[in-house]
Design a protein around this ligand. Structure first.
Ligand code: BES
Ligand code: MN
Ligand code: MN
Length: 464
């Protein structure tokens, strides 16, 4: 493919002129099933990394490399010619995706992208390949029209959807290479096509699995009545994890939670989850959860404990009269500032042991932790992002606390001491992790333009 380098064009004009090709390139990347959690897809994960490295080289990034991490590789590339007085932006994203099969409710094969009504449908479309390419295409437009106003370093990883286990070690070992003034991430949501928003925080995460065992093997349920059924015991345990009013019952769970100032609460009032979004997710069911807080507060500023999976006994066709030897549950907690994952894990474990009846055995297995992150909205880098949205939308962006987690982000903040700017372009009905995931092509186009504007605003507003 030939690339036109026209210095008389602005980067915005270049991006507009090449938008159709940008879409084709995203389609190419979406065809690769880079599912990080399933070892069977390791070659495809590698293929996606190589695809990105090739694109980085083509657009003029330097020092491009697919670097080993111990798990799936990281793709790195940089452009460091903006001058010593220009800030350096470390752009993070992930090229791996969640699993997806047709049977989950997709209208077509999840790795055969389809465009319908301005949306590109495929696994990874918005989480996170579309948003990663918006970042890279912004670099392409800048480099093809005279250069970037800031220094750029790209770090695109392949294990985010499976907990980024190897990335903290990589970040620490590569501290020098990753030295920057700010981290920029497009892996979060935006309020709507008309209303931009950016997240100023992400929740942390504690995941664990409990296994409850009883009889030495599955028993004929004719033995029922003399022993505690492990499946029933798990149900009893899980039922004690919340109070009837929706609060988490683990003692001390809320101790470290920072309470919001009146100003922040008032701002959230204006940004609460719109009723049409509730309707889209839940139909006409009433809400549930901690009383006394807005939905947006419960999503972004309050911690939770969720049952992600519950298993035990026979659930196949027909019927089996059995008392299962074991049953279990997968449990996760979303954390907010200033909760510490280790402390929460210890507290949840102690409570689980306390509420487990003596008639069964309990085993607890930790499955990974991530800390919450928070960037003050008055930080110059966040203010540069705000102006960048202002240049591309009719409305100023809302500041919203994010409900999800990106495990490595706390490492950037704590180990590299960097502020994190979360410029997301994924619409609420984008279907991340679910069937028929999509990326709105208008968000792709505006994403590229907003990232370019961010680089310009950052150069103007933040000293190196
Ligand atoms: N992009 C999401 C995180 C996200 C989504 C943040 C929406 C804010 C709003 C990311 O890819 C993700 O799914 N993270 C996982 C992490 C887990 C697999 C360790 C999550 O939040 O569950
Ligand atoms: Mn993501
Ligand atoms: Mn995800």
């Amino acid at each position: 493919m030939t690339m036109t380098t026209t210095t008389t064009m602005t980067p915005y004009e270049y991006a507009a002129a090449h938008q159709e090709r940008f879409v084709q390139e995203l389609i190419d990347l979406l065809r690769i099933p880079s599912i990080s959690t399933d070892p069977a897809f390791a070659p495809q994960v590698r293929q996606a990394a190589d695809w990105l490295a090739a694109d980085m080289r083509r657009i003029g990034l330097e020092n491009v490399a697919v670097l080993p991490t111990g798990g799936h590789p990281v793709v790195y590339g940089d452009w460091l010619h903006a001058g010593d007085d220009a800030p350096t932006v470390l752009i993070y994203g992930h090229y791996d995706v969640q699993p997806a099969v047709l049977a989950d409710g997709w209208l077509h094969d999840p790795f055969t992208p389809v465009i319908r009504e301005q949306r590109l449908y495929a696994r990874g479309a918005c989480d996170d390949k579309g948003q990663v390419l918006a970042q890279l295409k912004a670099a392409e437009a800048l480099l093809a029209t005279g250069g970037s106003p800031v220094n750029l370093k790209y770090l695109i990883e392949g294990e985010e959807e499976s907990s980024s286990e190897n990335l903290p070690g990589f970040v620490l070992a590569q501290r020098e290479r990753l030295r920057a003034d700010v981290v920029l991430i497009s892996d979060t949501r935006i309020e709507s096509l008309e209303q931009p928003s950016l997240n100023y925080s992400l929740r942390g995460l504690v995941t664990l699995e409990i296994t409850v065992t009883g009889p030495t093997r599955d028993l004929h349920s004719g033995f029922g009545g003399i022993l505690h059924n492990p499946a029933q015991a798990v149900a009893e345990i899980v039922a004690k994890l919340h109070h009837p009013d929706g609060r988490v019952a683990v003692p001390g769970f809320y101790d470290a939670v920072r309470s919001l100032g009146a100003e922040e609460r008032a701002a959230l009032q204006a940004a609460d989850l719109p009723p049409r979004e509730w309707q889209h997710m839940m139909g006409d069911l009433p809400e549930w959860g901690e009383a006394g807080y807005l939905k947006i507060e419960r999503i972004g500023t309050r911690p939770t404990l969720e049952i992600n999976g519950l298993y035990g006994g026979y659930s196949g066709d027909g019927f089996k009269t059995v008392i299962p030897a074991r049953a279990g549950a997968k449990i996760s907690c979303r954390l907010v500032a200033d909760q510490d994952p280790e402390t929460i894990f210890a507290g949840v474990s102690a409570y689980l042991r306390q509420i487990t009846p003596p008639t069964v055995r309990l085993d607890i297995r930790p499955l990974g932790h991530g800390r919450p992150v928070h960037t003050p909205t008055d930080h110059p880098a966040v203010q540069a992002a705000k102006r960048a949205y202002g240049r591309n939308w009719d409305k100023a962006p809302l500041f919203i606390p994010g409900g999800g987690s990106i495990p490595v982000v706390a490492e950037f903040q704590e180990k590299l001491n960097l502020p994190v700017v979360l410029m997301g372009f994924s619409l609420p009905d984008g279907g991340a992790h679910g069937p028929n995931e999509s990326f709105h092509l208008e968000m792709y186009r505006k994403g590229v333009a907003t990232v370019i504007a961010f680089m310009e605003e950052l150069r103007a507003g933040m000293p190196a």
